[in-house]
Design a protein around this ligand. Structure first.
Ligand code: PEP
Length: 248
C-alpha cells in the first residue's frame, strides 16, 4: 500500500525560500509512488503549486476559515485555498488549539466548509503529556473525533485523513515508539470502522518523524504515512523520509 507523506512547514519560509526549496526538491525527484503533500504557509501556496506542476506532489494549507468570503479580517477561506492550487488542508493541529484557542466544534465547521470546497482534510488528533501519563489517551482521542466530526456525513469520511499526533512528541524530538504509534493508529481505525461504518480511513503518525525513525514507523501495518513538521524543512532529510516510505 502506498503511504501518504505530508509536510507541515508551519510558519517557516518566505515565497522565495519556498521556490528555492521546491527547485532543490524537484531536482532530486518529481514523481512519487507515495502521496506527497506540501503544506507551506498561505503566502507560499500559489508559487509552490505553480512550481510543482508536472510533479505528482500536491499542496495543502495549514488552516482555513469556515466561510468562503466576508468580513473576517486576516482570514483565508477554503475557496481561496482551492483556487490557489491546494487540494488538502490541515485542520485541528494542536498548535492551532493551544495558541489560537480552536475548539473541536470550530474545527468541525472548518472541516465541513473545506469539504464543500473539494479539499481533502488532514484532521489532527492527539493527547498531551499529562493525559498520556494518566493513560487516558484513547478516550481523549475518541472524544476529539466524536466532537469534531459530529456533523460529518459518512460519505464525507472518504476525503478525510486522520493524523495521530501526540502533543508531547511534536517538535520535541521525543517520538513515540513505532509499536505505540501502531496501537494508537489501529485504535482510531477500529473506532471509525465501528462507529461510522467506514473501513478505509487512512491514519498518519506525526511527532518528531525523521529519517532515522521513519522506516520503523512505516513498517507498521496501521500507520499509513506521516505528517512531518521540522524535518520537512530540509530537502535532503524530507526526501530520505519519502524514500523510507517508498522502500517498504
Ligand atoms: C507537526 O507539526 O505536525 C509535527 C509533527 O511537527 P514535528 O515533526 O516537528 O514534530
Amino acid at each position: 500500500m502506498s503511504k501518504i507523506i505530508a509536510a507541515n512547514f508551519k510558519m517557516n519560509q518566505t515565497p522565495s525560500e519556498t521556490i528555492k526549496y521546491a527547485s532543490e526538491f524537484l531536482n532530486k525527484k518529481q514523481n512519487f509512488k507515495s502521496k506527497v503533500i506540501f503544506c507551506p504557509p498561505f503566502t507560499s501556496i500559489y508559487c509552490m503549486a505553480e512550481k510543482l506542476k508536472g510533479s505528482t506532489a500536491k499542496i495543502g494549507g495549514q488552516n482555513c476559515h469556515f466561510k468562503n468570503s466576508g468580513a473576517f479580517t486576516g482570514e483565508i477561506s477554503p475557496k481561496m485555498l482551492k483556487n490557489s492550487g491546494a487540494d488538502y488542508v490541515i485542520l485541528g493541529h494542536s498548535e492551532r488549539k493551544t495558541y489560537f484557542d480552536e475548539s473541536n466544534e470550530l474545527i468541525g465547521e472548518k472541516i465541513k466548509a473545506a469539504l464543500a470546497n473539494n479539499l481533502h482534510i488532514i484532521f489532527c488528533v492527539g493527547e498531551n503529556e499529562n493525559e498520556r501519563m494518566q493513560n487516558i489517551q484513547n478516550s481523549v482521542i475518541i472524544n476529539q473525533i466524536k466532537n469534531t466530526l459530529k456533523n460529518i456525513e459518512k460519505n464525507e469520511l472518504k476525503n478525510i485523513i486522520i493524523a495521530y499526533e501526540p502533543i508531547w512528541a511534536i517538535g520535541t524530538g521525543k517520538a513515540i515508539s513505532p509499536e505505540q504509534a501502531e496501537e494508537m493508529c489501529k485504535m482510531i481505525k477500529d473506532f471509525i470502522n465501528k462507529n461510522y461504518n467506514h473501513g478505509q480511513i487512512k491514519v498518519l503518525y506525526g511527532g518528531s518523524v525523521k529519517s532515522g525513525n521513519a522506516k520503523d514507523l512505516f513498517k507498521m501495518p496501521n500507520i499509513d504515512g506521516a505528517l512531518v513538521g521540522g524535518a520537512s524543512l530540509d530537502v535532503e532529510e524530507f526526501m530520505k523520509i519519502i524514500n523510507a516510505a517508498e522502500n517498504i
